[in-house]
Design a protein around this ligand. Structure first.
Ligand code: UD1
Ligand code: UDP
Length: 361
């Protein structure tokens, strides 16, 4: 069984660190080989190479080097490039992750060539079609042969849309990753010393979602709220290049009290997450990681796909409202949520279940 895996954006490299390692581990027994196609959607060293190096992800056989661009242009370049490779490689499966333009291009290229698609992290919905990710998910789910889901919520979404037959619960591969790499990160990485931070005495922030960065009003409110929070808390912000360019374009400025640093590696990130007092983010993956480590999370979005984190009390949705962000941080600074032993994201072996599903199919 030959699998062509499509990756291109930061969270996909991290997810591949769990799944590609498992393919290598189970490959001999089940006669599985993997060819990795990197679309080049993310290309800076700190958005791509660093993850291959520190997480020992097998090197890609192909890199399409599509780079940045408008959605149509970027997706079209990937589609054409992936199609050529699939015709050459003739895999049994195309494996895609999540909801980026790389995901959509991989699904479209494969389905037109009648190659079955396995979609990991399928069935997620924000019910906000203005998000590019929501369109990518809906289209990818609807043309995938196997929709492998992180949560029972995702399974329900697919059932409601008439795709229950393709949906299977595997658990979340990001939980596999956090469990797999935690010990290594704690042993070898000391980002607290690097950034002069004290455990439980800082807020870790990320912000990159298009709906926040591209909208001047939303981004201004976020910057003002964070500048206000930084009067009483240490804030470390690992800034995505997308946000850096909009901060400059809109002449916005973080106060000197906000420590703004370029994107960091995953291992450093895990240590920083685990020791943070609060996480402030609009990332999908980081909302979950906050929950895995039971760190209260403030999510600067109008909705979330990871509804379990909210239901269980560990995540608060604030949108880009200055008042709501400030209030949510103040509340979590005073009250830690009630402990929960619920495990909505699986048992840390989603990768093994993903491979079993493909083999059984
Ligand atoms: C993409 C995904 C988003 C995901 C995020 C993970 C889509 C539609 N969006 O958003 O779902 O959460 O990745 O991080 O696929 N840039 C660089 N260097 C890089 C990469 C990007 O400078 O290595 C800058 C460019 O200015 C680019 C901008 O970031 O235009 C946005 O990059 P892009 O890949 O289009 O989208 P993301 O915002 O990263
Ligand atoms: N991440 C990282 N370094 C950073 C910021 C994020 O390693 O500076 C990791 C984070 O721990 C998580 C993943 O990147 O595993 C999330 O990716 P991102 O927020 O870019 O995308 P999303 O999950 O929102 O699609």
């Amino acid at each position: 069984m030959k699998i062509c895996t499509i990756i291109g954006a930061r969270p996909q490299f991290i997810k591949a660190a769990a799944v590609s390692a498992k393919i290598a581990e189970m490959g001999e027994k089940f006669d599985i080989s993997e060819v990795i196609i990197h679309t080049g959607q993310h290309y800076d060293a700190d958005m791509s190479n660093i993850f291959f190096e520190e997480l020992k992800i097998p090197k890609e056989k192909y890199n399409l080097e599509v780079g940045s661009g408008l959605h149509g242009e970027q997706t079209a370049k990937m589609l054409a490039g992936i199609e050529d490779i699939l015709i050459e490689e003739l895999p049994n499966w195309v494996l895609i992750y999540g909801d980026t333009n790389s995901t959509l291009a991989g699904a479209l290229a494969a389905v037109k060539l009648h190659i079955p698609v396995v979609h990991i992290e399928a069935g997620m919905r924000s019910f906000n079609r203005a998000m590019p990710e929501e369109i990518n998910r809906i289209v990818s789910d609807s043309i995938s042969t196997l929709n492998l889901c992180s949560t029972t919520t995702a399974i329900e979404h697919l059932k409601n849309e008439g795709m229950g037959n393709s949906a299977f619960l595997t658990g979340d591969v990001m939980y596999d990753c956090a469990m797999k790499f935690e010990a290594l990160a704690l042993k070898y990485c000391d980002p607290l010393a690097k950034f002069a931070l004290t455990p439980q005495k800082y807020i870790l922030m990320t912000c990159h979602r298009a709906e926040n960065t591209d909208d001047k009003l939303r981004l201004s409110q976020i910057v003002s709220a964070v500048n206000n929070i930084a009067k009483n808390h240490t804030v470390l912000y690992t800034m995505h290049p997308r946000t850096a360019s909009f901060i400059e374009r809109y002449y916005l400025k973080f106060s000197d009290k906000v420590k703004v640093v370029p994107p960091i590696g995953y291992l450093d990130m895990l240590v920083l997450e685990k020791n943070a007092q609060i996480i402030l983010t609009d990332s999908g993956g980081i909302q979950k990681e906050a929950f895995f480590y039971r760190v209260p999370c403030v999510t600067m979005r109008d909705e979330t796909e990871w509804v379990e984190t909210v239901k269980l009390g560990w995540n608060v949705i604030t949108g880009a409202s200055y008042d709501k962000i400030t209030e949510a941080v103040a509340n979590f600074a005073d009250h830690r949520p009630a402990e929960t032993f619920d495990q909505p994201y699986g048992d840390g072996n989603a990768a093994g279940k993903i491979i079993e599903q493909m083999v059984n199919y």
